[in-house]
Write a protein that binds this ligand. Structure first.
Ligand code: CA
Length: 746
């Protein structure tokens, strides 16, 4: 069919309109050369669009000079359909630039930043905006390698409605830099962003947001952090680390995030109208106060369990004539009209020690409402607090409060408001606590609406259940075919596993018949290898190492030998493990440096004849505050004839940025544990730098001693109701442990 000229023109117009679904139209570039050409020629008001598809190894430099009324825009053909992967990143420099619609995933930045508001240290971006950009798990695979996802430089920039989730390697998620004059007094706005899950890093350097550094902390920043949503931002004790002056933190929500908004350095900051929901998750905290002329008002904090530096409210002691990087005294600060509900700790003069001896002064704590249903007093006072004036505060039914002056204690009735927040029914308390106008930011009003916010992946037992027989190769095939959360139900019988079972997703192996335990032996140097993303739950099984090769250093379970970004879990229940002894140093669990367990649980299990150690978590020996596991729990179990230690947990360094490790040993029998000459620790249980140790109702027989070494923080160690038979008594270095009702017998 021949088209007439006007028909061809009309068709061309229709095609053009269809190809550019959003306005302003702008030029769609198809490759990196076209992009560079388009940006080079861009004039104020121009729009450059990246074509739909995946752009690999694209280091975007977006340099231009727009105007206030006519910025230059870099965006995408269609939002959600343009992916930057591999070794990609973005630098913007110039002024009046706008970037939107990019998605960074499936790779990591080759430089120190994914998005930098500068080309180099002299060429910065000003009056520019990055909005509706996604960075999703764009992580260097080496967890201790440092990079920053977003680095703000320059002045008057805005970072808003972005989605940043799944940062797992070391380095701040978003940092505001004040290194040079051109980035100070910057008046940046950081608003309506969604900060999703950041798992525990197990070391310092896991902050979600940092403004400044100690070095420039007496410089004013004038940055506003407003209406952002922080969900499970668990990297370290500082969710936000403020290290500059005159910043505002307003209207943000912190949901189940471990740690606190910390006013670490710098003066004259304002923290108001924020909402913290801990939902009683461990180590969830609120606000930590240090320095001068800080204001903390009209915040709502509920269900926070954190203590010490992660309490609902923490007022620190300072260091007299503090160096710039230590702790300046709290002075001239105000804490008023905050509501604290169902939370465990408020700490005053926290961190008091020989160095931190400058107590808070000329500070006011007034009109705060503190409610715990059971009348628990949540205040802890660590030093002289006569420099804090308390007035008009109200407590719920606390009998003899630690701080009594300036507090009224009475029975309060609370009522849930349409906003979801609780307030007293009694009108006479209308001026106490957070105001009735305080609202909770909706998660859906943050980030972007075209990219899903994360759910937290399948846990154990959430997938399909598959029956497995003892037939040759059946278990190996079933493990290889298993999906995340799947359960393999093993029929009774004797299994011989001839291959290493690699586990790259949460996987459960359990007995089909709890009264007839399957028996599993293995012919390789390990039975299971937990890879990144993997996790293992074992229930009702018997394992023997008697067919393992005659080599030293076998292990029943080992982690990947390389760095793993995802914390893993290992849960062992109702299992028997025996004859890991064909040669010396045969461990139950062998981990590698650069791996991190969120949880290791052994329950109701029996371990017999093991030449090595049961769990040895001591591979982070650089003494940088790194460690190999957060929660270790061993309960209701027996360990007989174990050559090396039952458990070694090592957390070195003096940094105070982590919560763990946590160790629990309860209702356990140790019989002849640690007596092999290769046991260099000379102990049956070694806890070095562990923050919380609970050891009770155990029996140690003919075993090497329990050894605890306190190194950093305020570790809590309780050793109670244990029996030591033909076993030396526990040794505790560093003091402060509670030893109670233990018996030592010959
Ligand atoms: Ca930190």
């Amino acid at each position: 069919m021949q088209l007439k000229a006007y028909q061809r023109a009309l068709l061309a117009l229709v095609v053009l309109i269809m190809a550019t679904p959003a306005f302003p139209a702008g030029v769609v570039v198809q490759d990196q050369d076209e992009y560079r050409e388009a940006v080079k020629n861009a004039k104020p008001g121009d729009v450059v669009r990246l074509a739909n598809g995946t752009w690999t190894d694209f280091e975007i430099l977006f340099r231009g000079e727009g105007t206030e009324d006519a910025p230059i825009t870099l965006t995408v053909e269609e939002k959600g359909k343009v992916i930057l992967s591999g070794k990609s990143n973005l630098r913007l420099a110039g002024k009046h630039l706008v970037v939107s619609g990019l998605v960074f995933r499936d790779g990591y930045t080759p430089t120190s930043e994914v998005i930098a508001f500068r080309r180099n240290k002299d060429d910065l971006a000003h009056h520019s905006r990055v909005t509706e950009v996604v960075i999703d798990s764009y992580n260097n695979p080496e967890r201790t390698e440092t990079d920053i996802w977003v680095a703000l430089f320059g002045r008057h920039n805005r970072f808003d409605h972005n989605h940043l989730a799944g940062k797992k390697n070391r380095g701040v998620t978003l940092a505001v830099h004040l290194k040079t004059e051109a980035s100070r007094e910057n008046h940046h706005r950081i608003d309506h962003n969604y900060f999703g899950h950041r798992p525990n890093l197990g070391s310092n350097g896991g902050e979600t947001l940092r403004i400044g550094t100690s070095h420039y902390s007496l410089t004013d920043s004038f940055t506003t952090v407003e209406n952002n949503f922080f969900e499970r931002c668990n990297g370290e004790v500082e969710i936000i680390s403020n290290k500059a002056g005159r910043n505002v933190f307003r209207g943000n929500v912190f949901l189940e995030s471990r740690g606190t908004l910390t006013l670490r350095h710098g003066n004259d900051n304002l923290v108001e109208n924020n909402v913290f929901f801990g939902n009683r998750v461990d180590h969830t905290g609120g606000i930590r106060l240090i320095n001068k002329r800080q204001t903390i008002r009209n915040n709502y904090l509920q269900g926070l369990t954190g203590h010490r530096f992660a309490s609902a409210l923490t007022v620190m002691n300072g260091v007299p004539d503090s160096p710039i990087n230590r702790y300046h005294q709290v002075e001239d600060s105000v804490i008023e009209n905050n509501t604290v509900i169902d939370s465990r700790h408020i700490e005053l003069a926290a961190g008091s020690d020989d160095e931190r001896s400058a107590v808070p002064i000329t500070t006011v704590f007034r009109d705060n409402l503190i409610y715990n249903e059971d009348g628990a007093d949540i205040f802890a006072v660590h030093d002289d607090i006569s420099g804090i004036r308390f007035e008009g505060n109200v407590l719920n039914a606390v009998e003899s409060p630690a701080v009594s002056q300036g507090f009224a204690s009475r029975k309060i009735e609370l009522e849930k408001q349409p906003t979801g927040l609780y307030r007293p029914v009694d009108d006479t308390l209308a001026e106490v606590g957070a105001s009735a106008e305080l609202k909770v930011l909706d998660r859906d009003d943050t980030g972007v609406d075209w990219y899903p916010k994360p759910d937290y992946g399948p846990g154990f037992g959430t997938g399909a259940v598959t029956a497995v027989s003892a037939e040759e190769g059946a278990l190996e095939n079933a493990v290889a075919a298993a999906g995340a959360g799947d359960v393999l139900e093993l029929e009774p019988g004797a299994y011989t596993v001839t291959k290493l079972l690699a586990v790259d997703a949460p996987l459960t192996l359990r007995a089909a018949d709890a009264d007839d335990r399957p028996r599993i032996e293995f012919e390789r140097t390990a039975l299971f290898e937990i890879l990144n993303g993997g996790g293992l739950q074992l229930q009702g099984l018997r394992f023997t190492g008697k067919s393992a090769p005659d080599n030293p250093g076998n292990a029943m379970i080992r982690t990947s030998r390389y760095s793993m970004l995802d914390p893993y879990q290992l849960l062992v229940e109702n299992c028997e493990v025996f004859d890991l002894n064909v040669n010396h140093s045969f461990n139950f669990l062998e981990v590698a440096k650069g791996t991190f367990a969120e949880r290791i649980d052994i329950r109701n299990s029996l371990f017999n004849d093991i030449s090595g150690a049961v769990i040895e978590l001591d591979k982070e020996t650089d003494d940088l505050g790194l460690y190999n596991a957060e929660y270790i729990s061993i309960t209701d179990s027996e360990f007989r004839d174990i050559g090396e230690a039952l458990a070694v947990v090592y957390r070195g360094g003096t940094d105070e940025s982590t919560f763990g490790p946590h160790f629990e040993l309860q209702d356990v029998t140790l019989d002849n544990v640690g007596n092999n000459k290769r046991n260099k620790s000379g102990a049956s249980v070694v806890m070095h730098g562990v923050q919380l140790t609970e050891i009770r109702d155990n029996e140690f027989k003919q075993s090497k001693p329990l050894r605890v070494i306190h190194t950093v923080g305020d570790p809590v160690t309780r050793i109670r109701e244990n029996r030591f038979v033909a076993t030396p008594e526990p040794s505790v270095k560093g003091g402060g442990a509670l030893l109670e009702n233990n018996t030592v017998q010959p």
